[in-house]
Design a protein around this ligand. Structure first.
Ligand SMILES: Nc1ncnc2c1ncn2[C@@H]1O[C@H](COP(=O)(O)OP(=O)(O)OP(=O)(O)O)[C@@H](O)[C@H]1O
Length: 232
């Protein structure tokens, strides 16, 4: 018997006023797999991620995340996902450790401190664990956002542009987080403009264009030429 995919999106539409940000996206993503979301600026990747995170409601279509309907059970969706947004999400006057404390408290987690410390070390944020994030560089903030998304070992891990402005050690730590999540059976969705890193991190790739899905394929099939052709 085949397993229901962890993420199911059918004919998703998202409208902001006059703008149709997503206009008919279909995708599925399985547990234990990582799926890359690719496409040019404005293709609808971040909006799709926001719907999957329970942050933006779908205007129309069917979206299920680990069995929770994004239209009717946004709280249920939020509980099962770990979400690294493309921008924002951090409190400038709080430290990384305070961010972890807040996240753990909201999720009623016990015994999170060792994992929190380990993640901060892996992302080379241990030395700044008690410094307010307002002074962080862009790359440091991105790394902390990945740590926060991964802390509670979510069923569905959503990473929106996690490599943006991140140095090679941060990239390596992020790839490890993705590999660990897959190994424990989580479903990972990762949006990026970096095809090579998408191929390294993910087994499958979905390409969006103008709010639509234009292709879904094994990541290995996404050659540079094929990718460019899909973007145009
Ligand atoms: N809150 C909003 N209000 C109005 N329009 C929006 C809003 N959010 C997104 N859009 C529009 O929806 C479209 C898709 O945006 P989205 O951010 O999802 O694309 P993206 O693929 O993530 O782009 P990028 O690669 O630049 O991050 C764009 O035309 C964008 O301007």
């Amino acid at each position: 018997m085949s397993q229901t995919p962890a993420v199911v999106v059918r004919d998703l539409h998202v409208r902001f006023g006059d703008v149709e940000a997503v206009s008919g996206v279909d995708l599925t993503a399985d547990s234990g797999q990582a799926t890359a979301l690719l496409g040019r600026n404005g293709a609808g990747k971040s909006t799709t991620m926001k719907v999957l995170a329970g942050v933006v409601p779908p205007t129309a279509g069917e979206v299920t995340v680990a069995g929770h309907d994004a239209a009717t059970d946004a709280l249920g969706v939020k509980r099962v996902v770990g979400y690294c947004p493309d921008v924002g999400g951090l409190v400038p006057r709080a430290t990384p450790w305070e961010h972890l404390q807040l996240s753990a408290r909201l999720r009623r987690m016990d015994d999170w401190e060792e994992r929190g410390r380990d993640l901060l070390e892996r992302f080379e944020l241990g030395d700044v664990a008690h410094r307010v994030v307002g002074g962080f560089s862009h790359g440091m903030s991105r790394r902390l956002s990945v740590v926060l998304a991964a802390l509670h070992e979510p069923t569905v891990l959503l990473l929106d542009e996690p490599f943006d402005g991140v140095d090679p050690l941060g990239v390596e730590a992020t790839l490890e987080v993705v590999a660990d999540a897959r190994a424990r059976g989580a479903c990972v969705l990762l949006s990026t403009h970096l095809r090579d890193l998408a191929l390294e991190a993910c087994g499958t790739a979905v390409v969006l264009r103008g709010g639509n899905r234009v292709a879904a394929m094994q990541a290995g099939e996404l050659t540079g030429e094929a990718y460019r052709a899909l973007l145009d």
